[in-house]
Design a protein around this ligand. Structure first.
Ligand SMILES: [Cu+2]
Length: 120
């Protein structure tokens, strides 16, 4: 009897801590979708990994058909600008950040997408 009530107290405490932790994670989570230029299935992994490089990005999914990347991220800890920058750094232009030319040139041939015009 004593053991089982201790057990249920522990269980209730566990639930309280667990739900608090989950609430804290969910609270600052934001979803955003933006365009990332790419070409083939190899790009899918490269783009998603670049987004996930920042641990405050919880999920990333790039659609090869629409070229749209959807990210779930903690807006208190990482900005969309930073996420765009990380992706541009591996050679993929995004709708707001252009990849360095030398990074674009280093992409495998199958990944060389048509670059958007340079904004003047
Ligand atoms: Cu590719």
């Amino acid at each position: 009897m004593k053991n089982s009530s201790l057990g249920s107290i522990a269980f209730v405490l566990f639930l309280v801590f667990f739900s608090t932790a989950v609430a804290a994670i969910v609270q600052n989570e934001k979803i955003a979708t933006f365009k990332v230029y790419g070409n083939c299935p190899m790009c899918v992994e490269r783009i998603q990994n670049a987004a996930l490089e920042n641990k405050n990005v919880k999920a990333a999914n790039w659609d090869l058909e629409t070229k749209m990347l959807t990210v779930v991220y903690d807006e208190d800890k990482v900005s969309l600008q930073e996420i765009n920058q990380n992706i541009a750094n591996v050679g993929h232009d995004t709708e707001t950040v252009r990849a360095p030319d030398r990074k674009y040139k280093r992409l495998p041939d199958c990944c060389k997408y048509d670059r958007p015009p340079v904004k003047s």
